[in-house]
Design a protein around this ligand. Structure first.
Ligand code: AMP
Ligand code: MG
Length: 431
């Protein structure tokens, strides 16, 4: 009887490293980049703040009206009956009324108009009776007694107060943040310099799209290199500087050359393929020679073999070759690592509970990331269905999916109707 070696076909393999522990070690081993650059706020989208942003001003800068109406002091209104007030002027947005308003007086005011001195309240135009002329020309108004002091006034600093920490260091700026920074008059922002990421594919079977004559058939045994394109697309969403090192053939010399070349300048080097235990798998072997390997057999599927470690100053990820495994390991390991290196604190991807409508097969002992399509059902409950066959080479299953179904290590399958966890691509896949 042949003594079988551990493999990804085993139901249980106690030596496998749990995903959560691998991620913890990964993050602990990486030091965030500390180089800071300053960019115009308009170029700040998706960059990571290198310093806290403290507001130099109040927003809004002065108290102003939230509505079209009449500014007055609440003390001008007696506690019962109607009151007639004299309209002494107009406060437009951007064109203030600069005189003192006295008891018994009101000022016509429009949304955004600064509250004139002596006024603390705005009564909306729908709640007054104009006593003479058209709305714009009238000289006095009648008002009921039920006026609440301070109503319809936006106070100075009520959105952001001067000295307030508006955005924390480590924050990845999104569209609203760019607007907030502009609202504070901040024209340039300190951000972490972009990470440099080099990547390549490995495999004698691979054909690069730009080496292929359109319309001609691929030689037997050849296939198009898709991993490099997936990787470039995933990285583009993370706003890093990329170097595409192409396809590296399955031999020691080329693999060594690629690893050393890639690590000479990049913060992070990513390869795909060649990390299993096969004869043509050179990445791990060469990596052991030129760098320090931290771990490489994970309790997950797809993505069991994953080389991780350091070559010189670069962090190196040797992802598996299977296209789905590339995406899953990228999303679960490379992406949080890049976020951490860029100084971000929030590394967790959102996970939601959903009811699974499909029966899913799985062995205990490893976390499985299956491809799912989630939606709200007629009752408004989040449900998820499998995309079907889950082979790690079926990249189309990833493209058909809108989430990963994450099945816990100890589970031995999912019955239709069971609760599962889903990681939506929206929020997981970089945008
Ligand atoms: P490996 O880990 O190198 O043994 O590759 C595992 C499987 O993934 C093989 O079937 C490869 O042909 C396939 N594969 C590896 N690299 C790529 C790539 N860049 N694009 C598409 N498929 C790939
Ligand atoms: Mg290979």
């Amino acid at each position: 009887m042949i003594e079988k070696q551990p493999s990804c076909e085993d139901d249980r393999e106690p030596a496998l490293l749990p995903v959560s522990e691998a991620r913890r070690r990964l993050i602990a081993s990486l030091q965030a980049v500390s180089d800071v650059i300053e960019v115009p706020v308009a170029d700040g989208l998706y960059r990571v703040l290198a310093e806290d942003i403290v507001s130099p001003v109040d927003v809004p800068p002065q108290a102003n009206s939230a509505m079209d109406g009449y500014a007055l002091h609440r003390d001008s209104i007696p506690s019962s009956g109607e009151t007639r007030l004299q309209v002494v002027g107009t406060a437009w947005a951007g064109k203030p009324f600069n005189e003192q308003v006295c008891t018994g007086q009101a000022v016509r005011i429009f949304t955004g108009g600064i509250m004139p001195a002596g006024c603390d309240t705005v009564v909306i135009q729908e709640h007054v009776r104009c006593t003479a002329g058209s709305t714009d020309e009238m000289t006095s108004i009648d008002i009921d007694a039920d006026v609440i002091a301070g109503k319809n006034v936006r106070q100075a600093g009520e959105d952001v107060a001067v000295g307030q920490r508006v955005l924390p260091r480590g924050r990845q700026l999104h569209a609203a943040d760019i607007g907030v920074l502009a609202s504070l008059g901040i024209a340039r922002v300190p951000v972490v310099r972009p990470l440099k990421v080099a990547f390549f594919s490995t495999g004698d079977e691979l054909c690069a799209l730009d080496e292929h004559e359109p319309g001609s058939t691929l030689a037997p045994g050849k296939l198009f290199d898709s991993n490099r394109y997936t990787m470039a697309a995933l990285l583009r969403g993370l706003h890093v500087e990329v170097t595409d090192l192409g396809i590296v053939r399955d031999n020691e010399a080329d693999t060594r050359d690629a690893l050393l070349r890639a690590s000479s300048d990049a913060d992070v080097v990513i390869s795909s393929g060649g990390v299993s235990a096969g004869d043509a798998d050179f990445v791990t072997r060469v990596f052991h020679e030129v760098g320090q390997v931290s771990f490489w057999k994970l309790a997950m599927r797809p993505g069991r073999p994953l080389a991780y470690g350091q070559i010189g100053k670069s962090a190196f990820f040797g992802l598996p070759g299977n296209p789905v495994a590339v995406m899953v390991t990228f999303l679960e390991f490379v992406q949080p690592a890049l976020k951490h290196l860029a100084g971000m604190h929030d590394l967790d991807t959102p996970v939601f509970p959903a009811r699974c409508l499909s029966t899913l097969r799985k062995s205990p002992g490893r976390v499985e990331y299956q491809r799912g399509i989630m939606r709200l059902d007629d009752q408004g409950e989040l449900v998820v269905e499998s995309t079907g066959k889950q082979g790690a080479g079926r990249l189309s299953s990833m493209s058909a999916a809108n989430c990963l179904i994450v099945i816990a290590s100890e589970a031995d399958g999912v019955q239709a109707g069971d609760r599962v966890q889903v990681q939506p691509f929206h929020g997981l896949l970089p945008g």
